[in-house]
Ligand binder design. Structure first.
Ligand code: SF4
Ligand code: SF4
Length: 316
């Protein structure tokens, strides 16, 4: 029986994928989700940017259709919230570094930010308090559809903890991984080859930089690009780390003053979210598909988002 020290655990989920005996499993919410759909609730799925390449034969518009077949009322991309998170972090960085804090760590990977705050409590205020793309997207949907129940679907074990924590109201009712979603597709015999591929149905509400949140380096790049739009003269130095061991080393160097003035991007999974504990596909192939998907985006930088005016309403 696996014993987990919850004082140290940051819910990254890497033990789930690495245990050779499959002795560790996380708590699923599939049953609760199915009950909610069967009750007739309006359940809206919000899908993390790492969805690309997760299901054989999938395209973004086919994914939407497949989700409707499962009973979801609607599907939105969490990349919308990634644009808003980028804008929040860019503004925070410009205001606070170096005037109030020596460096700033990104907020969107909960396993990294929890680890940094647990192990480096004196530097906790240097980790951005910006709400994550998941929370911002959920709140945006709730504004438009107050009765909807929100199901986040992503690559991540840590989001299950993030969605249930009490300090920030996530507005997320269920969290499923891509692996769990695949289980639902198989149970319902959803075959992507049989589904219509209507390009008008594809996601088109977020920037290329927001899509890039799925891979290591993408979050910091999005924030740097947004800062360049807001203050073209501002130089931003960046350091990124992937995997918790490297994230810890980065924080030790930052604590020692090596990264003063820097934006630090931490991603708990080696490779970023496309290699998260709840993914199904080869991360190297997913990165290639992600780059192609980014190139297809009509908006390039977070500041182009049409949802920027809603941002103030989401800070509660
Ligand atoms: S690998 Fe991650 S989820 Fe598993 S026990 Fe360690 S910190 Fe917790
Ligand atoms: S890198 Fe992504 S998938 Fe991995 S723990 Fe962080 S947010 Fe979750």
């Amino acid at each position: 029986r696996a014993e987990i020290d919850y004082d140290k655990c940051v819910s990254c989920g890497m033990c789930l994928v690495n245990c050779p005996f499959g002795a560790i499993v996380d708590k699923g919410q599939i049953f609760q989700l199915i009950q909610s759909i069967k009750r007739g609730d309006e359940v809206v799925a919000i899908v993390a940017p790492a969805f690309i390449n997760q299901f054989p034969g999938m395209t973004p518009s086919k994914l939407k259709e497949a989700m409707r077949l499962l009973g979801f009322a609607d599907v939105a991309e969490v990349a919308i919230g990634a644009d808003l998170c980028t804008i929040d972090e860019a503004k925070d960085f410009m205001e606070e570094v170096p005037a109030k804090i020596p460096f700033m760590g990104t907020s969107c990977c909960p396993a990294w930010s929890v680890m940094a705050k647990k192990l480096f409590p004196q530097q906790a205020e240097c980790i951005s308090m910006a709400m994550t793309p998941m929370v911002l997207t959920a709140r945006l949907i709730k504004k438009e559809k107050p009765n909807a129940r929100i199901c986040f679907i992503g690559p991540c074990a840590a989001k299950k903890l993030e969605a249930s924590r009490r300090s920030v109201r996530s507005e997320v009712d269920f969290v499923l991984t891509f692996e769990e979603l695949m289980g639902l597709f198989e149970a319902k015999a959803v075959n992507f080859a049989d589904l219509p591929d209507n390009p008008e149905d594809a996601f088109n509400s977020a920037s290329a930089d927001a899509r890039g949140f799925a891979a290591s380096g993408g979050v910091a790049q999005a924030v740097v690009n947004a800062i360049k739009k807001m203050d073209p003269d501002r130089e931003v130095k960046v350091m990124s780390a992937q995997g918790l061991a490297d994230c810890k080393k980065m924080m030790m160097m930052a604590k020692a003053g090596k990264y003063n003035g820097y934006l630090l991007e931490g991603m708990a999974c080696p490779g970023g979210c496309i290699a998260g504990a709840g993914t199904l596909a080869d991360p190297a192939k997913s990165v290639a598909m992600l780059n192609k998907y980014k190139n297809e985006a009509t908006m390039k930088v977070a500041t182009e988002t049409p949802y920027q005016d809603s941002l103030d309403l989401l800070h509660y």
